[in-house]
Design a protein around this ligand. Sequence first.
Ligand SMILES: Nc1ncnc2c1ncn2[C@@H]1O[C@H](COP(=O)(O)OP(=O)(O)OP(=O)(O)O)[C@@H](O)[C@H]1O
Length: 307
Amino acid sequence: MIEIDQLTKRFGETTAVDSVSMTVETGTITVIVGTSGSGKSTLMRMINRLEEPTSGQVRINGEATGTMTPHLLRRRIGYAIQGHGLFPHHTVARNIGAVPRLLGWPKAQIAERVDELLTLFSMAPDAFRDRYPGDLSGGQQQRVGVARALASRPDVMLMDEPFGALDPIIRHRAQEDLARIQRQLGSTIILVTHDMEEAIRLGDRVAVMDKGKLVQYARPSEIIANPASTFVREMLGDEDRPLRQLSLMHVSDLIEAGDADGVAIDADASLREALSACLWSGRDALPVAQGGRITLDAIRAQAEQPA
Ligand SMILES: Nc1ncnc2c1ncn2[C@@H]1O[C@H](COP(=O)(O)OP(=O)(O)OP(=O)(O)O)[C@@H](O)[C@H]1O
């Protein structure tokens, strides 16, 4: 568990982070979202002490980070940034193994961990471990950057706009990969983004920042249903709210008895996908692969419900 306790950072006249308190549970993804200059990166950088707080405290599993040696603290905390920050003259394996090497892991164990992570990120170890970053696509470089941050099984993983440089299609895949890997490894991740869509999709909890203040900290469904301020409502984009609502619910929530024609949809698919399948194929109902059907009327009723 990470406890952020009345954390404040001033740069001269500017209060970049203004008395922020929040608790991040172990094994969850917390996304910090806000406009440019709202203090997201500064808040995150105080967790691994790349910035020293003006006042307040961060505790990791009850231990105040202010009392730890900064470089030892940073070895316990993975850090991935936009543009990956890989060493260009080191192979993929050497890049991923950088922190375990610093920690003095035996060579065989590092090699095993490198292969395990490459596999997890759908990159065949034999094909990738000896390549250099320059020989990889942008998406592959980004995955290696994230793999490197995870290599030493850090207590916490901080990610600052990790997918900011990726095009929208790869970005979606990268987000799905991260969510899958996080579930598999049970990692604790804090991720910064300016993209509310990304926050809603990835976050177990979403922290919305405005002018250095934490204006809402809640589950995505709660943020969509009850935005705490006009600012949060604007971040959400009013017209998109029904669609966001649908993307958080599943076909399994609305299955009814009966048949329907055409290609079936999976019960795990989101209502947004079901809506898009209905509209795309011109059907009023879809069969559900696991039995029963879902109707366009039921999906529409869900989208129209006052949030
Ligand atoms: N080293 C610094 N010296 C002076 N001011 C700074 C410094 N770092 C950040 N700031 C200021 O603190 C405020 C918050 O910056 P921060 O980078 O945390 O915002 P952000 O929400 O991450 O923005 P972005 O999305 O643009 O990265 C801004 O007004 C910024 O200009």
